[in-house]
Design a protein around this ligand. Structure first.
Ligand code: HSE
Length: 391
């Protein structure tokens, strides 16, 4: 059995989790030799001699063959990963921001140095979606991949819907549970989900899109009025990341937007920190992947799976290609847009209007509009305006 000597970067929620798991499971034959940390004076539940603040203790150690990168700072992580590759070390990472921002370069560098670069833990925590999209759905024509890919926002929305918790208490709870990013705006503004969707699109459809070009709306503008509307329709609001093809099988659009989902369907029943990904394909029809998307042990389980995959020489092959994605701006969707009664919504943005409603304080309009118009109108970034997909 190939001996795995690990250099670990980061000893936060997931770093400590993976340390504990590997310590308990000696039969895995993977040993953490050194851990690089930023704050040496912080009390940690591991022997002091394991820690260093000097990255070279890992990078220059020839006995370390695998770097596990679990730090928060995406720029620092990018430097660590590049240097690790240059030293002939394979890398397991959970850093979705770094991967989404530098995917092409990281793939090219790992190939150039003949090392593995694995990142199952970067998308949906414990849910094994990347390797499945890469391997299992290689032969079956994919129509769409959509899902709840951010545990924190799903936790917040579930608590608000099911328990009547207010937004800021639910967010604090998500932070206390270790689900949220250090900067939770990445979660609540949908950015974290956009990073993950960008990674998914490459493995599902062989297309690369920068996260900042994905139509993205988080959960901060949602109003009690919207939750009430969802309830009347026997629906719930979920933050859904989606990529889908047109009838010719060409990838058409990528979106991260709050979406009305029936309470009864698989995504509607995915609550709290759980993630769920619905894959639609020509032969298999619908398949649903479900599991914990955030937190110490669920994320550690994906890191562990990559460590094990490294042992048997697994590498992503990007068999579906790796070309740049250009969105079809004419692609249409049906959206519910709610706004304060005093706001003057430009109705010309809609290609057609299905329904309008006004109450004492707030109004909504439901209609069809092109994704190009959705972007151009800037309605998605206007504070206090809710945009919720009905598709
Ligand atoms: N903040 C992320 C989430 C952590 O809530 O899903 C897991 O990627």
């Amino acid at each position: 059995m190939k001996k795995i000597e690990i250099g670990l970067f980061g000893f936060g929620v997931v770093g400590e989790g993976i340390y504990e798991v590997l310590k308990a499971k000696k039969q895995l034959g993977a040993n953490i030799k050194k851990v690089v940390i930023k704050h040496p004076n912080k009390k940690r539940n591991a022997p002091q001699e394991l820690f260093t603040t000097d990255a070279h203790e890992i990078l220059n150690d020839p006995s370390i063959n695998l770097v596990v990168e679990l730090i928060d700072d995406a720029d620092a992580a990018f430097e660590i990963v590049k240097k690790s590759f240059a030293q002939g070390k394979s890398v397991v990472s959970a850093n979705k921001k770094m991967i989404a921002e530098h995917h092409q370069e990281l793939i090219a560098l790992s190939r150039q140095h003949g090392v593995a670069f694995l990142y199952e833990a970067s998308v949906c925590g414990s849910v094994p979606i990347i390797r499945n999209l890469e391997e299992y759905f290689d032969n079956d024509l994919l129509h769409s991949v959509q899902g709840i890919v951010n545990g924190s926002t799903n936790y917040i929305l579930s608590q608000m819907t099911e328990e009547g918790t207010d937004y800021s208490t639910a967010l604090k709870d998500a932070q206390a549970c270790g689900f949220a990013e250090n900067d939770p705006t990445l979660d609540v503004e949908g950015t974290d989900a956009a990073y993950k969707l960008s990674i998914i699109a490459l493995h599902a459809f062989g297309k690369k899109i920068e996260a900042q070009n994905i139509i993205c709306k988080g959960i901060t503008a949602l109003d009690a009025f919207d939750f009430q509307y969802a309830k009347e329709k026997n629906s719930v609001i979920k933050l859904i990341a989606k990529c889908h093809t047109n009838q010719e099988g060409t990838l058409e659009a990528l979106t991260v937007v709050p979406t009305f989902v029936s309470k009864e369907n698989s995504l509607g029943r995915t609550n709290n920190e759980y993630n769920g990904v619905l894959v639609e394909s020509a032969l298999a029809d619908e398949q649903f992947f479900y599991g914990k998307g955030a937190g110490r042990y669920p994320t550690s389980s994906a890191v562990l799976s990559d460590i094990s995959a490294y042992r048997y020489g697994y590498q992503y092959e990007y068999k579906k290609g790796n070309t740049h994605f250009v969105e079809d701006e004419n692609c249409k969707g049906t959206f519910y847009i709610s706004y304060p009664k005093t706001y003057n919504l430009n109705k010309l943005i809609f290609s057609s209007i299905e329904k309008e409603f006004t109450s004492t304080n707030r109004s909504f309009t439901i209609g069809e509009l092109t994704f190009g118009m959705l972007k151009k109108s800037k309605i998605i970034s206007t504070p206090g305006i809710s945009v919720i997909s009905l598709n």
